[in-house]
Every structure is written in structure tokens, then in C-alpha cells.
Design a protein around this ligand. Structure first.
Ligand SMILES: Cc1ncc(COP(=O)(O)O)c(C=O)c1O
Length: 468
């Protein structure tokens, strides 16, 4: 098995260089990259005994030594998926192309059956089971996309599936999983408890546990996204893909690096749930405690063992993005590209928005990996995205306590076309003078420049803004 040694310790969180021997990085100087040196041994497949492994406090069995995945596996998966998964479309993004200086295209896995790429891996994994395993049925634990992928894949293959979901799972996701044919069991408040229940069910009933990312068949299935990208956009120079446990990125890297080693493959994690950077630095998977991000699809506390070794060897780098960048990316996909994309699915877009200067070297493909989002969450994230994009402005100012003073203030705002969402009028605060009132305004604006214009007009009309 390959051994990985960091060439120097201790670097910042935004960038970890995962592969040695590729071209120079156009990264800003801090944070420093962490280079990892892979040893020999790529391109072989191994079985082996099962060893215990920890994921976010939950134990599951990973074969030792860790199995490898090769291009032939991904090609085999592509044959299996013919007529099952959609060849999802590629869409151009003029906005991101102008921002980066390279043509940017979206690989729209949000338009895949079940709303994400997950059907690919789940189908290949379940199709690969022996007849007696199929007869025992399959079990999975998931609050989201994996649940739907397993449910549909099982139904298509005539295999009984049971999916454990956390008690608070959004109703639309529970309903979709049931409609695809799975028996849903709600168990546990957090995913670890749900996973434990699914594992216990597997041990008790003999059903096969379908892990969301830590299995070579899952990785081979997800890798078919990479083959499609090369077919649909042969001129691609960089592929950006969201990373949770790492199954999708690992599969894409196996396919792409075997056929086009010159193509840069960049993984993207949410800064609040980024287990790959410290793991790559350590040379083995390490856990992050309490991962926090709105992007639930990539909110994973520990890399999978199988994808980790592939990613350490084949990915060019892993970058992290902020929550503001994720919500701005979601807003951009909806507003400009007319695409509904969930937060995990638009993490590559968030990376492009955050550091566009890194992607000027030729055509970029951003994998929009999923589009399943609860409408209530969508509403909250859009609000967050609009605030992050300077489209909301909150102001506090004092005006004279006389008839018509508020109307005068609103008149100034109307001259600069600021849309008032909310006004509150406070006159009982002891800090106010007898002849003053405080007005708090929430405005909808057209962006940061418009915010400046609003502030300038208020100032010009003699108002003093005392807070936001
Ligand atoms: C939409 C979406 N994108 C990306 C990922 C990350 O996939 P992986 O765990 O294989 O890295 C997931 C995982 O569930 C997902 O649902």
C-alpha cells in the first residue's frame, strides 16, 4: 500500500496540496500548501480482511489493506449504468467565465435521477452483490441524497431496502425515499445514532450495509461523472468537485487522471467541516469534532479510508470555502443559471467565487453534485446569500420627533430606489433626546455599490446613520 509523507508540517486551512509532481500553484502565499509524497503501488486492487474504523465516533468495517479503484472499474460501472443514470447536461456560466477569465461549465448532477449523483454509486454497489446478498436486502443510513440513491437503485434491481434516517429528517426527503421504494425507519437525533441503528440492523438481519462513500464500487460508480466530463468537455483543464467523505472526488480523480493526467482535479470542502486538510497533512484520515456547515451533503467528520488514499495520491489540491461563499454560490446558480442546487452541490461555485484568480488557466468544469433542498432551508439560505452579496442593508438613524419626519426620510430613500422591507420607530429609549425618535430600517438594495449610494444620499440630506 502507498505511504504518504508530508514534506513539511503545519500550514493554513484554505489549501492543502494533495499530490506531488504537478504544475506550479497560482495560490496566494499564505496559507502554505502541504505537499504529500505518494509512494509506489497505484493501479492494483486488493481484497483483504475487515478491520474496524472510526467515522465520527461510529465504528464500521473497512477491508485491510484498503482496496484500490482503477479506470477499468469506472468503465465497468459506466456500462452498468447505461440506461439507468442520466448523462446529465453541461451548462455554461457567462458570469463565472467573465470572473475567472476561463470558460466555466457546470456538470449538472442536480438534474440526475433522485436529484444527485448518488444513484450512480449506489446502483453499482448493489448490482455487484451476490444473489444471496441481494436476497438478504440492503440497509443504509442517511439524512439525504444517499437515502434516495439507495432507495431507487434497490427498486430498479428488485432488492429490498431499509433506510434509517434521523428523527428530524426533512419530510420531503423522507417522502421521496419512501416513494423510491425504501422502507424508512426514523431513528436517532444525530447521524451517528442513525448509523449505529443501521449497522445493528445489518448485523441482526444479514442485510448488506451500503456505505455512502467508503467502498470501491461506490467510488467506481461516482467516477462515471468524470468519464462524462471528459466526453462532454474534452478541452477541460480544471475540474472542481465538492468533498464530504470523498467518494465522488476519488472516483472522478481515478477516471480523469488515468485518461488525462494534465487535468487538474480540485476538491472543495466547507471550512467548518474540512477533515481532508488535516488528514492529508497527517497522512491518514483524522476526524474533526462537531463539523458545522449549511452544506449537509459534505458535512462529514472523517474522510473514508478508501477515498482518502485515492485523494491523497491523485487530487491536485483541496480548498475550503466559507458559509457566505456557499450561500452566494447558491444564489448565483438560482438567479443566473436558473438551476436549483443544494449547498454541497454549489461548493465548487463557491470556490470559483472566492478565488477566481486561481482558475484562469483554461476551461473549468464545476460539478453541481446535487439539487435536493428543503424549500424552507432554501428560503433561509437565499436570504443569507442576499445579505452576503450586499443586497440587504440595515440602518439605524435618529430623526426629529415631528409629523412628516419619517415621510421625509422615506422620500430620500425613494429617490435612490431603495426598497424598504421593514421600518421600526422607537421613541421610548432613555438615550433619546425629548425631540428625537430612532428609526431602524431594513432595505433591499442592488448590491454593495447601491448600498454606498444610499448612505451617500442620506448623508447629503443631513441624516446621521448611527448603526447598522
Ligand atoms: C450533493 C452532494 N455533493 C457532494 C457530496 C460529497 O460526496 P462524498 O461524500 O462522496 O465526498 C454529497 C454526499 O452526500 C452530496 O450529497
Amino acid at each position: 500500500m502507498a505511504r504518504y509523507r508530508p514534506s513539511f508540517p503545519g500550514s493554513g486551512p484554505a489549501l492543502v496540496r494533495a499530490r506531488s509532481g504537478s504544475g506550479p500553484l497560482a495560490a496566494p502565499s499564505p496559507p502554505r500548501p502541504c505537499r504529500l509524497r505518494p509512494g509506489p503501488g497505484r493501479g492494483f486492487r486488493q481484497g483483504g480482511r475487515a478491520g474496524p474504523c472510526e467515522t465520527g465516533g461510529m465504528s464500521y468495517r473497512v477491508p485491510q489493506p484498503v482496496p484500490q479503484v482503477i479506470l477499468d472499474d469506472v468503465r465497468g460501472a459506466q456500462k452498468m449504468l447505461s440506461g439507468v443514470s442520466r448523462v446529465t447536461p453541461m451548462e455554461g456560466s457567462r458570469h463565472l467565465s467573465a470572473l475567472t477569465g476561463s470558460p466555466v461549465r457546470f456538470k449538472c448532477e442536480n438534474l440526475q435521477r433522485t436529484g444527485s449523483f448518488k444513484l450512480r454509486g449506489a446502483y453499482v454497489r448493489i448490482a455487484g452483490l451476490r444473489p444471496e446478498q441481494r436476497a438478504a436486502g440492503v440497509v443504509a443510513a442517511s439524512a439525504g441524497n444517499h437515502a434516495q440513491g439507495v432507495a431507487l437503485a434497490s427498486s430498479l434491481l428488485g432488492v429490498r431496502s431499509t433506510v434509517f434516517m434521523p428523527v428530524g429528517a426533512p419530510l420531503p426527503k423522507v417522502a421521496a425515499t419512501q416513494e423510491y421504494g425504501a422502507e424508512v425507519r426514523l431513528h436517532g437525533q444525530v447521524v451517528d445514532e442513525t448509523l449505529a441503528a443501521a449497522q445493528e440492523y445489518a448485523d441482526r438481519t444479514g442485510a448488506v450495509f451500503i456505505h455512502p462513500f467508503d467502498h470501491r464500487d461506490i467510488i467506481a460508480g461516482q467516477g462515471t461523472v468524470g468519464l462524462e466530463i471528459l466526453e462532454q468537455c474534452p478541452e477541460v483543464r480544471t475540474i472542481l468537485v465538492g468533498v464530504g467523505g470523498g467518494g465522488l472526488a476519488a472516483g472522478i480523480a481515478v477516471a480523469v487522471k488515468a485518461l488525462r493526467p494534465d487535468v487538474r482535479v480540485v476538491g472543495v470542502q466547507a471550512a467548518g467541516a474540512a477533515a481532508y486538510p488535516p488528514s492529508l497533512k497527517a497522512g491518514h484520515p483524522v476526524s474533526v469534532d462537531n463539523p458545522v456547515t449549511m452544506a449537509d451533503g459534505i458535512k462529514v467528520g472523517r474522510p473514508g479510508d478508501v477515498p482518502f488514499h485515492i485523494i491523497a495520491e491523485l487530487l491536485d489540491e483541496v480548498r475550503t470555502v466559507s458559509e457566505d461563499a456557499l450561500s452566494s454560490a447558491l444564489l448565483l446558480c438560482l438567479e443566473r443559471a436558473k438551476l436549483v442546487v443544494e449547498p454541497a452541490g454549489c461548493s465548487p461555485v463557491a470556490a470559483l467565487l472566492s478565488e477566481p484568480e486561481l482558475y484562469g488557466g483554461g476551461p473549468v468544469v464545476a460539478v453541481l453534485s446535487g439539487g435536493n433542498i428543503d424549500p424552507l432551508l432554501l428560503q433561509r439560505i437565499l436570504r443569507h446569500g442576499m445579505a452576503a452579496a450586499g443586497r440587504y442593508l440595515s440602518l439605524r438613524l435618529r430623526v426629529a420627533d415631528r409629523p412628516g419626519a419619517l415621510a421625509g426620510l422615506l422620500g430620500v430613500l425613494s429617490t435612490v430606489d431603495a426598497n424598504v422591507l421593514d421600518v421600526s420607530h422607537v421613541r421610548t429609549d432613555p438615550r433619546l433626546g425629548l425631540t428625537e425618535v430612532e428609526v431602524e430600517l431594513h432595505l433591499e438594495t442592488k448590491g454593495p455599490e447601491h448600498c454606498t449610494e444610499v448612505a451617500r444620499s442620506l448623508h447629503g440630506a443631513g441624516y446621521t446613520v448611527i448603526g447598522g
